[in-house]
Write a protein that binds this ligand. Structure first.
Ligand SMILES: Nc1ncnc2c1ncn2[C@@H]1O[C@H](COP(=O)(O)OP(=O)(O)OP(=O)(O)O)[C@@H](O)[C@H]1O
Length: 444
C-alpha cells in the first residue's frame, strides 16, 4: 500500500500547487436547548486538499454533511475544530480586513437559483451587489464589469434591467454564477449547482462552468448527489458518509474500481445506462446512524456488507450473520425512536412495554434458521436487556460478542493504488481481505 501519487498520471486540471488544505475539520451543531443533548456531528474530522485549477467532487447521501462542509469552508458556519488553509493561511480564525479579503477570494453558487436571487433587485443590481459591498473601483466601472459578466455567462446586456422572475431556471443559475465571478475569486464552491435544472439545461451549465474554469484558472469544490454529473466534471472525487470522507481519489479510477465498501454501495445504486450490462446492486440494511450518535468504530460499520467478522464467527452461515446484524440494527433504531403512544400508555399503567416485541423479533429474525446454541444464548441475553428497556446494554453486549475491529476502532485513511487514492477502511490493512474480493464472494 502506498500513499504517494505519480506525477505523470495526473489529470489535466491539476497544477501540482495546493490551494486549499483541510486538516481534521469538525463542525458540530449544538442544540442550545434546555435538554443538553449530544451535538450533531455534521462534519466529523475530515482532511483533504485541492490543487489550484482542479475540480474536486463531494458526493454522498442527503444529510451526510456535504453542505455543512462547504459552508464551513466559506466561513458561513464556524468550525468546531481543525484547520482550513487557503493559500497557506488558516481561514477559520480570520477577522476584520483579512476576512473581507477572504470573502473576495472564495464564492459559493447555490442549488436553488430561485431562492438565492433577490426577486426585488434587477439582474444588474444582483450581480453588482458584491462589487458595491466591497467598494470595487468606481460605480461606472462596476456597471461595465456587470455588462462583461453578463456576456461571460452567456446572457445579454439588455438583461441588466430585467428581474429574476423573467428568466428560466438555467438563466437564473447563470445570474448566480455571474454574481459569484464578480470579484474574480480563486475558489468557487458549487453546492448542487445543476440539481434543480432540467437535464438538457444541466449540460449547458456544466459546459459553462468548465469553460469558465479554463478561462480564469478557477478551482472548484463541486457538491452533488448525482454521481453521473460528478463523473463528467470532476478531476477527483471525495465520498462522504456520516461526516467523514470515506474515499477520495481520481474520478476515473474511483468509478472504475471503487475501493471503499461505501463507495461500492453508492456506485451500485446508479442505474446502468446499458440495460444488458450486468451490475449487482448492493442493498444496504437499515438507515444511516444519527450524526448525534455515530458508531464508535468505522462510521459505515453498522451497514457495511463486508464488515470484518470476529475470528470465531468467520465460518458462521452468511444468512445467520446478516440476521444478527439486522438484530443489532433493530436495537439501534429502538434506542433512537421515541416510545410509541401505546408504549407510553402501557408504561403509565405500569405494564411491561417491550416484552412482546422482543420475543416476536427473535422469532421473526431467527425462526427459520439453524442457530447454534451458544449464538442463541447471546441473542437471548441481549433481548433480555432490551425487554428491560435497556437497549444500550443490549447493544453493548452484542457489540462485545459479535463486534470486530470495525465496531471498535476508527480506521485510518489508507493508500490504495499509486495515484494518491485514500480509503477509510480496515480491510485495506494487509491482515484482511480487500473489500472488492469479499464483494465478489458475496455476489456469487
Ligand atoms: N443548522 C443546523 N442545526 C442543526 N443540525 C443541522 C443544521 N444544518 C444541518 N444539520 C444537520 O447536519 C447534518 C448534515 O447536514 P448537511 O445539510 O450538511 O448534509 P448534506 O449532505 O448537505 O444534505 P443535503 O444533500 O440534504 O443538503 C444533518 O444531520 C442535518 O440534519
Amino acid at each position: 500500500m502506498s500513499t504517494t501519487s505519480t506525477e505523470e498520471e495526473k489529470t489535466s486540471h491539476e497544477s501540482g500547487e495546493t490551494l486549499l488544505e483541510v486538516n481534521d475539520l469538525k463542525t458540530y451543531y449544538e442544540d442550545g436547548g434546555l435538554l443538553s443533548s449530544n451535538p450533531v456531528k455534521a462534519v466529523d474530522g475530515v482532511s483533504f486538499s485541492i490543487e489550484r485549477g482542479e475540480t474536486l467532487g463531494l458526493v454522498g447521501e442527503s444529510g451526510c454533511g456535504k453542505s455543512t462542509l462547504g459552508r464551513t469552508l466559506m466561513r458561513l458556519e464556524e468550525a468546531t475544530a481543525g484547520e482550513v488553509k487557503l493559500d497557506g493561511t488558516d481561514i477559520t480564525t480570520l477577522s476584520g480586513a483579512d476576512l473581507k479579503q477572504f470573502r473576495n477570494d472564495v464564492q459559493m453558487v447555490f442549488q436553488d437559483p430561485d431562492s438565492s436571487l433577490n426577486e426585488r433587485m434587477t439582474v444588474g443590481e444582483i450581480i453588482r451587489e458584491p462589487l458595491d459591498v466591497h467598494d470595487w473601483k468606481t460605480p461606472k466601472e462596476r456597471r461595465q464589469r456587470v455588462r462583461e459578466l453578463l456576456e461571460t455567462v452567456g446572457l445579454q446586456e439588455e438583461h441588466y434591467y430585467r428581474y429574476p422572475h423573467q428568466f428560466s431556471g438555467g438563466q437564473r443559475q447563470r445570474i448566480g454564477i455571474a454574481r459569484a465571478l464578480a470579484l474574480e475569486p480563486e475558489f468557487i464552491i458549487l453546492d448542487e449547482p445543476v440539481s434543480a435544472l432540467d437535464v438538457s439545461v444541466q449540460a449547458k451549465i456544466l459546459n459553462l462552468l468548465e469553460d469558465l474554469q479554463n478561462e480564469f484558472g478557477l478551482t472548484y469544490l463541486f457538491i452533488a448527489h448525482d454521481l453521473a454529473v460528478v463523473k463528467h466534471i470532476c478531476d477527483r472525487v471525495a465520498v462522504m458518509y456520516l461526516g467523514n470522507i470515506m474515499e477520495i481519489g481520481p474520478a476515473d479510477e474511483m468509478f472504475e474500481s471503487p475501493a471503499n465498501p461505501y463507495t461500492h454501495a453508492l456506485l451500485s445504486s446508479i442505474p446502468e445506462p446499458n440495460p444488458t450490462a450486468e451490475r449487482d446492486r448492493i442493498t444496504l440494511r437499515g438507515t444511516p446512524p444519527s450524526p448525534r450518535d455515530p458508531p464508535a468504530g468505522c462510521p459505515f460499520s453498522t451497514r457495511c456488507p463486508v464488515k470484518i467478522r470476529p475470528e470465531q464467527y468467520r465460518t458462521l452461515d452468511d444468512d445467520l450473520w446478516e440476521r444478527i446484524e439486522v438484530f443489532r440494527e433493530v436495537l439501534r433504531e429502538r434506542s433512537r425512536a421515541e416510545p410509541s403512544l401505546s408504549d407510553r400508555v402501557r408504561d403509565l399503567l405500569g405494564r411491561e412495554t417491550h416484552q412482546a416485541g422482543m420475543d416476536e423479533t427473535l422469532t421473526e429474525l431467527f425462526g427459520g434458521l439453524d442457530v447454534p446454541a451458544d449464538v442463541m444464548d447471546h441473542l437471548r441475553e441481549a433481548a433480555d436487556y432490551a425487554e428491560n428497556d435497556d437497549e444500550d446494554a443490549a447493544r453493548t453486549y452484542l457489540r462485545e460478542e459479535f463486534g470486530s475491529i470495525c465496531d471498535r476502532e476508527r480506521p485510518d485513511q489508507l493508500g490504495v493504488g499509486d495515484r494518491g487514492r485514500l480509503s477509510l477502511c480496515h480491510r485495506h490493512d494487509e491482515e484482511y481481505e480487500e473489500p472488492a474480493t469479499v464483494f465478489e464472494t458475496l455476489v456469487q
